[in-house]
Design a protein around this ligand. Structure first.
Ligand code: MN
Length: 487
């Protein structure tokens, strides 16, 4: 189970009694956080009194595959030179918890013994200096550990650290390559693995077509039963639906056999498949599989990671593509969809299975899920490769119901409003170089993406109610300048 180490820092000058108290207080706080954060275990480590002990616990955290991050807290003063080698050897994300054992001061009884034991205001500043001096990215959470706002921030960090850790072992399959001549979906796969741990590899679509003849009638019947329970059948073309069921079974089998959690395909490379996978991909996305169309491996991987991050929260997370607009002045709306592949987690109603022609690709009519989308606050997150670095663009959006039905549109449709307004939000996205593919989520917030960006040291720009174009363009210029200096 995913674990956060809780490390209490001190030194050996205070005597046994003070150190024993500091150890007990650390254990108690760790146990409290363990019970309140839920999802992740928080495990107290022995109190750290010297550079050798600091290094030992940080090396242990780095080597422990269950450990997704460390919470560090300086109960007493802890001279920060003793943390240098420890911090240099630590490979896990840091949450620096700036708290203290006592919520209020015991004004009537406070004496120097109390001051010696409870001096995180002193010790945490010394420790913070060393993190800054070493250029270590970390999350600082300040406040009484009992307060809900503090526990919420620790939980958010834990979930982000867990998703980053999941990404470190993520294997992504590209069936076919990037769509010919398309730029923004392409990227540096080596750099993706260095920075995010995403292992991205090409496979021929033959890997899937080879499995098709081995699929049994029982497997197909089970898959069709699953479809009929989840979706409404709105087509007589059961052969097309059966074909998609076989694609999904083959894709699932391939992913299990190869330990793969995200994939891309492209309509330009479907040799041996009669249809573009539609319903098959949609049903897989709803199970948390990351998907990117047209060889967009970055979106596929990001979708898998952000779906992991959103797990257990209410709301929907998945790939969407910017398509077309309603430009009614002051009421501008975006219609997001894709040729086929929209995750049914965004459905406001029971999705319908339908079969319609696909206008590109020259294949048979594919079965797909058709539905209208949910409403609610959300974010759209795009990852682009600028050549010398990756950038995350995160736009806060408001998903809305379509103002009118679209009976002739044979795909799922999700609509949203841009912030702070259409002119600013869309221009900012375009200035930032944001893609026409994004991972959209009503479960996550900008704060989650900020943490993901921080823990992976990835550049982030945010578009929200406060965005003002002149300042936004200046920020982009500054980020380019900083990147050149870092090069
Ligand atoms: Mn596309």
């Amino acid at each position: 189970m995913s674990t956060l180490y809780f490390i209490t820092g001190s030194q050996d000058l205070y005597g046994e009694e003070t150190l024993r108290r500091a150890q007990e207080d650390g254990k108690m706080i760790a146990a409290h956080l363990d019970s309140k954060t839920g999802c992740i275990r928080v495990v107290a480590q022995p109190i750290v009194r010297s550079s050798a002990e600091a290094e030992a616990v940080c090396l242990q955290a780095s080597a422990d595959s269950e450990c997704i991050g460390v919470i560090l807290w300086m109960h007493t003063f802890s001279p920060a030179k003793m943390w240098i080698r420890a911090l240099q050897s630590l490979t896990k994300p840091i949450l620096h918890l700036h708290t203290q054992y006592n919520e209020t001061l015991p004004y009537d009884t406070i004496d120097m013994d109390f001051m010696n034991l409870n001096q995180s205001a002193h010790g945490d500043r010394e420790f913070g200096f060393m993190c800054t001096r070493l250029g270590i990215k970390r999350e600082v959470v300040a406040g009484c550990y009992k307060h809900k706002s503090v526990i919420d921030r620790i939980r958010r960090f834990a979930l982000a650290a867990n998703a980053v850790q999941f990404g470190r072992g993520l294997r992504v399959a590209m069936f076919g390559n990037n769509m010919r001549d398309v730029a923004v979906t392409d990227g540096d796969r080596v750099e993706s693995e260095i920075r995010f741990g995403w292992n991205v590899n090409y496979y021929g679509i033959g890997e899937i077509t080879d499995i098709l003849p081995d699929i049994t009638e029982t497997e197909i019947a089970e898959k069709l039963q699953e479809y009929s329970e989840k979706y409404e059948m709105n087509t007589d073309n059961s052969a097309a639906v059966r074909e998609q069921a076989m694609y999904e079974i083959a894709l699932e089998r391939f992913m299990v056999n190869n330990n793969i959690s995200a994939f891309t395909d492209t309509f330009q490379d479907l040799h041996g498949l009669n249809q573009l996978p539609g319903l098959a991909v949609q049903n897989l996305m709803a199970k948390g599989v990351g998907f990117g169309p047209e060889g967009d491996y970055k979106t596929a991987a990001l979708a898998a990671v952000l779906t992991k991050l959103a797990k257990g929260r209410s709301g929907a997370t998945g790939f969407l593509e910017d398509y077309t607009y309603d430009l009614s002045e002051g009421e501008e709306l975006e219609l997001a969809s894709h040729m086929l592949e929209v995750s049914p987690v965004f459905a406001a109603e029971k999705p319908k299975i339908e079969v319609h022609p696909l206008s590109i690709g020259g294949k048979s009519d594919p079965a797909r899920l058709v539905f209208d989308g949910i409403e609610g606050d959300g974010i759209a997150v795009s990852m682009i490769d600028l050549g010398d670095r990756f950038r995350l663009v995160c736009a806060e959006i408001r998903l809305v119901h379509a103002p009118a039905p679209m009976p002739q549109l044979p795909v799922a449709r999700i609509m949203w409003k841009l912030k702070p307004d259409f002119a600013t939000g869309s221009a900012a996205w375009i200035y930032a170089g944001g893609a026409h593919h994004a991972v959209v989520s009503t479960a996550l917030t900008t704060e989650d993406i900020r943490l993901f960006a921080k823990l992976t040291d990835t550049e982030l720009v945010v578009i929200n109610e406060k965005t003002e174009l002149a300042a936004f363009e200046q920020q982009l210029d500054l980020l380019d300048t900083i990147a050149k200096l870092k090069r």
